[in-house]
Design a protein around this ligand. Structure first.
Ligand code: ADP
Ligand code: GN1
Ligand code: MG
Length: 382
């Protein structure tokens, strides 16, 4: 959407207190919601920045969203400042205040903007290449949950209500199907049937939560692998994209990460035969994740991880297909039918996950057992 949109960058940049002067502004990243621009400083010894237009069609309350990010990043920084080998400046997003004293600026066209310090020398991957990257990703998201485990989740606003509530997502899907404003449902009959055949089983986590069997914690809720920055040596450096950090279940974060890590193809792969499971990457991510979380995850949470791995591609497919039926109002698309292609790819991934459910579940338990001894040694009980 940004290639043919003109923004008043001088006005936007002058609303923030930036060091040096900005020599170059270029579109950045591959996110589906916000729009990101890299701001290169003219001075070599001055910081570069990352400018983001916050999508306020998706995030209705930008003030509450910004407050969440401020609270979470402050908490992370204060926890890390107590750890000897940590570098809070490099490992936590640093959001700049605007001159208006808020953490965002609203421009004349009604767009909302924020700026982060650009973390130099970092990389993010849409598709992973090595098991080390997967392991580091697992550590990063696991540590993120662990560091926030003692933060009061009621301080955080729900930036998108019912974000991971599959019943709500299915209701929206059914509404879109009923309306079918562009008569697109006829081209996705198979996908609709596939989704409808799984509505009950996909409510497992929701039901466990309602029965009080899963604790509500602070979770990230958008743990795509490209939302963790790795350093030059592929070590985890910083978890980013904090717009959806809010109360949730740990299995959701695990599942969304696995969705992007285990897939041998892109999220929107057209050739479904290329979609397969990379079990080594699954093991590496799970090992990294559990190394940071095993000490606080309950038995029920551990059990729920596999359901998260099945649910998240399903939920994503439901959301992509709903948007396709609605006329592509939510996710940025790059060609007509993109959301349908994305939905098909996610359903194919789900098929593969279902075929391998037992194997994946047993791997989670095997890896958890590797850490059991140390857990018992430390006298941690459920
Ligand atoms: P989106 O919501 O569009 O996914 P992100 O916040 O994830 O936006 O940012 C998009 C991309 O920009 C990321 O995948 C990452 O490559 C890069 N990025 C984001 N924040 C930073 C940062 N502080 N320093 C360096 N790169 C960043
Ligand atoms: C969106 O903004 P981005 O690309 O990180 C979406 C996620 C989806 C993801 C699918 C706020 O994330 O929920 O999982 O696309 N974010 C929002 O790629 O809806
Ligand atoms: Mg992102």
């Amino acid at each position: 959407m940004d290639s043919n949109t003109s923004y008043n960058f001088p006005e936007i940049l002058s609303s923030f207190e930036l060091e040096g002067s900005i020599a170059e502004i270029k579109p950045f990243g591959s996110g589906h919601i916000n729009s990101t621009f890299y701001l290169k400083n003219a001075g070599k010894d001055r910081p570069d920045y990352l400018l983001q237009r916050i999508n306020h069609y998706v995030f209705k309350d930008v003030a509450a969203l910004s407050n969440n990010i401020k609270l979470v990043t402050d908490h992370l920084r204060s926890k890390l400042s107590l750890q000897q080998n940590a570098d809070p400046q490099a490992e936590v997003l640093n959001m700049l205040p605007a001159k208006n004293g808020l953490y965002y600026h609203k421009d004349d066209q009604g767009n909302y903007w924020r700026i982060y310090h650009y973390l130099k020398g970092t990389k993010s991957y849409d598709l992973l290449e090595t098991a080390q990257q997967a392991y580091e990703g697992g550590k990063a998201f696991g540590r993120f949950q662990a560091l926030l485990a003692d933060m009061d989740s009621s301080l955080l606003a729900e930036t998108i209500p019912n974000f991971h509530n599959i019943e709500y997502r299915l209701d929206n899907f059914n509404r879109a199907l009923e309306k079918d404003p562009l008569s697109r449902s006829k081209e996705c009959v198979q996908e609709i049937d596939f989704i409808n055949a799984r509505t009950q089983t996909m409510c497992t986590i929701l039901n466990l939560g309602r029965q009080g069997k899963l604790p509500v914690r602070i979770t990230h809720n958008d743990t795509k692998f490209n939302n963790v920055l790795l350093d030059q040596d592929d070590k985890a450096q910083c978890v980013i994209d904090l717009d959806t950090v809010m109360p949730g279940y740990t299995a959701y974060d695990f599942g969304d990460a696995i969705r992007t890590i285990i897939n041998t193809a892109e999220e929107d792969e057209k050739d479904l035969s290329r979609i397969g499971l990379n079990i080594d990457l699954f093991k590496a991510y799970t090992r990294g994740y559990l190394s940071e979380t095993i000490n606080f995850l309950s038995t029920e949470e551990l059990k729920a991880l596999i359901y998260g791995a099945l649910l998240l591609p399903y939920m994503q497919a439901v959301r992509f297909l709903t948007d396709h039926l609605d006329g592509d109002n939510y996710f940025k698309i790059h060609f007509p039918g993109h959301n349908l292609q994305r939905a098909r790819a996610q359903l194919q991934l789900l098929k593969k996950l279902e075929e391998n459910q037992e194997l994946l579940e047993s791997l989670i338990y095997e890896i958890a057992d590797e850490f059991k001894v140390s857990k018992e040694e430390r006298g941690i009980n459920e």
